[in-house]
Design a protein around this ligand. Structure first.
Ligand code: XUL
Ligand code: CO
Length: 434
């Protein structure tokens, strides 16, 4: 036992009326929603990097947190960090967590020392997981922090960096497989450019496409059954990132023959940076059967940065889960809190409260979404809006050609009559549930 969370008891569901700041008001894991336990719908995960590796820095100032596992450059302290992390998973009843290699192990003097550190920590995790419910939702490689990746990983102009990246991803896939991880994620941290003046964009995309094909080939070689996911983001840290948004990623996956193999891990804050709503990104992925998992957070709408805050907006979250439910749920994916505390939130209690609040907001959103699905009002509205397409004439038109359509319109049989889109009525409808 570390003393980090010493005074904090396991969080329990106490219902919407409780005044206890560290209790669930809405997240009731065993409550059945649309025939499935809430925990099995939401599949919450803790993001190791924000909750345990991030030290409270921002572009204007360094570390504000003082944790028992700082500084994070020694193996004994990596284990103290792991002890605290698993204590938090127990307190919250977390079903999943996610890591980057660099979050969990100290960087070694060279590749092989980093790998030895990584493997030692993976075994340390595995021993803890034997007696716990918490599983690995996904693993990933941090190929954006160290200076070797300043010009990208698989898109780096230097083939040696491509090689180092391939070796790194291999070790992270091996570890994810060993831990029974349910997915493997690739977020293109610096897979993009700062200026086109020094960038061969077409060549870099080809290298990224080949790299992702190697990931898929290796998945099959080792018998990893999890889903490979890519995570769109339009910019930050690069000025422009190749995995700009869901639609761009889908086009990329098709171009490189990966559409049956790779799905998307969508993040709320990244959607905002791309000028989309989160439900837009979910709906785009779902329409192509490529919805994999979600990173749940929020951005500050005034700052224009990827602020990675814990979610607190029920209507936004409800519409996201509505589209997830309509797409058949998250499957092997989950709801990963890719969110960090504010740098003034120094205490262990802040970290617990942030997750409790995030889990409650998601539970409220899920319940509201499920109520809308059950009520069917939005489905009815869609059916009515597109009812014209149910007719034989409309379906036959899709199989005809411009000349046939032209003849029908010219004869005067077709004369469109505009109908209301009923947007305000539908917004009022949603407000009944959130
Ligand atoms: C960065 C981001 C990453 C990925 C994993 O914005 O979202 O944390 O989720 O590399
Ligand atoms: Co993310």
């Amino acid at each position: 036992m570390t003393q980090f969370f010493a005074d904090i008891a396991p969080i329990t569901y106490q219902g919407p009326e409780t005044t206890n700041a560290l209790a669930f008001r809405h997240y009731n894991p065993d409550e059945v929603v649309l025939g499935k336990r809430m925990e099995d719908h939401l599949r919450f995960a803790v993001a190791y990097w924000h909750s345990f590796a991030w030290e409270g820095g921002d572009p204007f100032g360094g570390q504000t947190f003082e944790r028992p596992w700082h500084p994070q450059d020694q193996m004994d302290r990596a284990k103290i960090k792991a002890d605290a992390a698993f204590e938090m998973f127990d307190i919250l009843g977390q079903p999943y967590f996610c890591w980057h290699d660099a979050d969990i192990r100290p960087e070694g003097a060279d590749f092989s020392e980093s790998l030895r550190n990584f493997e030692e920590i993976i075994d340390y995790f595995l021993a803890k997981m034997e007696t716990r419910k918490t599983k690995l939702l996904w693993g990933t490689a941090n190929m954006f922090s160290h200076r070797r990746w300043m010009s990208g990983a698989s898109t780096n102009p230097d083939p040696d960096v491509f090689a180092y990246s391939a070796a790194t991803v291999k070790t992270c896939m091996d570890a994810t497989h060993k831990m029974g991880g349910e997915n493997y994620v690739l977020w293109g941290g610096r897979e993009g450019y700062e200026t086109l003046l020094n960038t061969d964009l077409g060549r870099e995309l080809d290298h990224m496409g080949r790299f992702l094909n190697m990931v898929v080939e290796y998945k099959h070689k080792i018998g990893f059954k999890g889903t490979i996911l890519v995570e769109p983001k339009p910019q930050e840290p690069s000025k422009h990132q190749y995995d700009f948004d869901a639609a761009t990623c889908i086009g990329f996956l098709r171009k490189y023959g990966l559409e049956g193999e790779v799905k998307l891990n969508l993040e709320q804050g990244h959607a905002i940076l791309a000028g989309h709503s989160f439900e837009h990104e979910v709906a785009v992925a779902a329409a192509d059967g490529m919805l994999g998992s979600i990173d749940m957070n929020r951005n500050d709408y005034q700052s224009g940065w990827d602020t990675d805050q814990f979610p607190n907006n029920v209507p936004e979250v409800a519409l996201t889960y509505y589209h997830i439910l309509r797409a058949g749920g998250l499957g092997k994916g989950g709801t990963n809190f890719d969110a960090k505390l504010r740098r003034q939130s120094l205490d262990a209690e802040d970290l617990i409260a942030a997750h409790v609040g995030g889990m409650d907001i998601c539970a409220r959103g899920l319940k509201a979404a499920a109520a809308m699905v059950e009520d069917g009002g939005l489905d009815t509205a869609l059916r009515e809006r597109y009812a014209g397409w149910d007719s034989n004439d409309a379906q036959e038109m899709l199989n005809s050609d411009f000349d046939a359509i032209f003849a029908g319109v010219l004869s005067g049989q077709i004369n469109p009559q505009p109908k209301s889109g009923r947007q305000e009525i539908l917004e009022n409808y949603v407000n009944r549930f959130v």
